[in-house]
Design a protein. Structure first.
Lengths: 393, 208
């Protein structure tokens, strides 16, 4: 029988990993991720999870150990946050460019300096160009589901790419919520054995990552781009079959909330989509026709799905919880470029960068921001394209 | 015994949502209490959230933990400073002004671990309206049941029982079951017994 228990986001990830049965976990502690691997090491110690737990001296080594084990044929997992993720960055590119399926949880925390342990999306989005499939959760149940699905997507022969699953530290990571955990035997039957494009196990000579001519290298990188395109249907397929087997389907790369008759669309990613949805409920009660398109997968970028939602919108409001300094939020940049693939007549698309460095943005804050913007559009005013809203109490 | 039932916050369409803050000292189990409350909510097919303060804590220092219980999935996130009920694990935190940093909503409740006869001064409570005050001697209950860990009486599970008496968010049966399951074995049974005793002993001492 599936069981429903109160789990923090960190523990939800650990329980999902336990069910995926990795053979190797390598990790280095960092706030706010540490409870993920603490819980996993408890599972290993108690014998509930038969995995090799490698305690390394840095995050760079953590991912390097995972990469080596993955190439040798093991299902692997690691987790990190913020500075640890940045320290891994070189190996993050290695993992995707040698097409090593693996799963990593990123328990988001902003980037130093100054020292700050609270969440935004800066660390996660800093990995934007690395060739990983990138998913982001809205609550602990989704963190659990995405982690489990990440193994399936990563090891799909149509994909064969590493997958990172993001969740905000503290807001999800340290907060207990109800999480339903499916039966082990059902997960085993669905997930199946480890699959990967090639195995370095000594049975035949194989070189990985040696000097390669420009044209051959370019072909390999082109392969990653093609795999990303195929990942879109793989993600939807996995979401649908997971829904059929375990009762939860989220709609694929994006989740739409009250979008059906919406004239305004708010775009977001992560935990604060909850507050955004609550603000939409408040605005709907007052007759404002607004919905939320929540990004569940940031890479591959779901521009087709977002276009379907936004095509008849009077305006689109993007809430970015990170910024590419000197330009705007990363989601905004991708969304505008993505929509322009479908039309040369964009509705007004406005970027609101807010909630940076862990600043809490409440449902009431979203409500006030959106109401002001809608009223501007309705009265024929230009809403501009960018604002950094620093919420203060 | 008066039971408060009018402090149910309607967020939208009559959804019930209770926001509760546990105040204690680092090591007293405020966070554990919040997390057990979520499990109790699950037993009733409700939804919950339990959080520590988002930052660093240390043993002995004043700490807060936060819980929400609702009959619908909870969309709001994060910690908060206004609550329907505040549960105080150490009454001295009221005397030193810690309680005053948090607001109790109108019609809300204050539940304090204190010996009988302890009075709560209005000046030390930050209330937006009338607040019902309850006390229960969780320290004595822990001592009677020999629930002592590292020299400290275990009061968090008792205070969960008292909360169940005051706030109709979850029933005492669900609290007792969640406490029992959380700790397991003999320790689980003793803590569950503590919760039930505190549920019975919680006393309304008036409004502030």
């Amino acid at each position: 029988m599936p069981m429903k228990i109160a789990l923090t986001g960190n523990y939800a990830v650990a329980y999902a990993v336990k069910l995926a049965k990795p053979q190797v976990i390598a990790a280095y502690p960092i706030t706010p991720q540490t409870p993920v691997v603490e819980k996993l090491s408890e599972f290993v110690e108690s014998g509930e999870l038969k995995a090799q737990m490698i305690r390394v001296e840095s995050e760079h080594s953590a991912l390097a150990a995972c990469l080596g084990a993955a190439l040798a044929g093991a299902r692997v997992f690691t987790a990190t946050s913020s500075q640890g993720l940045l320290y891994m960055h070189e190996i993050i590119h290695w993992a995707s460019r040698v097409r090593a399926p693996m799963v990593m949880a990123v328990v988001s925390r902003t980037i130093n300096a100054p020292w700050n342990i609270w969440p935004d999306h800066s660390d996660f989005l800093d990995q934007r160009d690395a060739g990983w499939v990138m998913a982001y959760a809205m609550d602990n149940q989704e963190a659990f589901d995405l982690t489990l699905q990440a193994f399936k997507i990563s090891e799909d022969p149509e994909v064969y790419l590493p997958v990172m699953v993001g969740l905000e530290g503290f807001v999800l990571g340290h907060t207990a919520m109800p999480v339903e955990i499916p039966d082990e035997k059902d997960v085993d039957a669905w997930l199946g054995e480890r699959r990967q494009p090639y195995v370095v196990d000594g049975s035949e000579p194989i070189g990985v990552g040696g000097l390669t001519w420009p044209e051959d290298t370019e072909d390999m990188f082109y392969g990653i781009q093609q795999a990303m395109e195929r990942a879109k249907s793989a993600i939807k397929r996995v979401d649908a079959e997971y829904g059929k087997l375990f009762g939860r389907s989220y709609g694929g790369l994006i989740q739409c909330y009250r979008c059906e008759d919406a004239k305004y669309i708010a775009v977001s990613m992560g935990a604060w989509s909850g507050e955004l949805m609550e603000s939409v409920n408040m605005l709907r009660d007052e007759g404002y026709p607004i919905g939320v398109a929540r990004i569940r997968f940031y890479r591959p970028f779901p521009h087709e799905d977002l276009w379907e939602v936004a095509r008849s919108a009077r305006a689109v409001f993007v809430f970015d919880r990170a910024i590419s300094f000197g330009s705007w939020g990363q989601i905004y940049a991708d969304l505008v470029a993505g929509l322009l693939l479908h039309t040369n007549k964009l509705p007004p698309v406005m970027d609101i960068v807010t909630g940076i460095a862990g600043v809490h943005v409440s449902a009431e804050d979203f409500y006030a921001m959106i109401k002001k913007l809608i009223e501007k559009v309705e009265s024929g005013h230009n809403i501009g394209y960018f604002e950094w809203v620093r919420v203060r109490r | 015994m008066e039971v408060y039932t009018d402090n149910c916050r309607a967020v939208e369409g009559g959804i019930m949502l209770y926001e509760i803050i546990f105040l204690g000292r680092g090591g007293q189990g405020a966070v554990t209490a919040a997390n057990i409350l979520v499990q109790a909510a699950i037993y009733e097919d409700k939804y919950g959230q339990g959080s520590p303060f988002f930052g660093a804590e240390r043993r002995g220092a004043p700490v807060a933990a936060y819980a929400r219980v609702s009959d619908k999935p909870i969309l709001r996130r994060g910690i908060f400073s206004r609550a329907d009920a505040i549960v105080v694990l150490d009454h001295k935190l009221i005397d030193i002004g810690t309680l005053k940093r948090y607001i109790i909503k109108p019609g809300g409740a204050l539940i304090v671990n204190a010996p009988q006869g302890k009075g709560i001064s209005r000046e030390l409570v930050n209330a937006e309206g009338r607040v019902a005050v309850y006390i229960v001697n969780a320290t004595r209950i822990a001592e009677e049941l020999k629930l002592i860990v590292a020299g400290w009486p275990v009061v968090n599970t008792s205070m969960l029982g008292a909360l169940a008496r005051v706030l109709p968010a979850v029933s005492i049966d669900s609290v007792a079951r969640a406490v029992k399951e959380y700790f397991g074995g003999r320790v689980g049974e003793l803590n569950s017994e503590a919760a039930v005793r505190a549920y019975k002993e919680a006393t309304f001492i008036g409004e502030v």
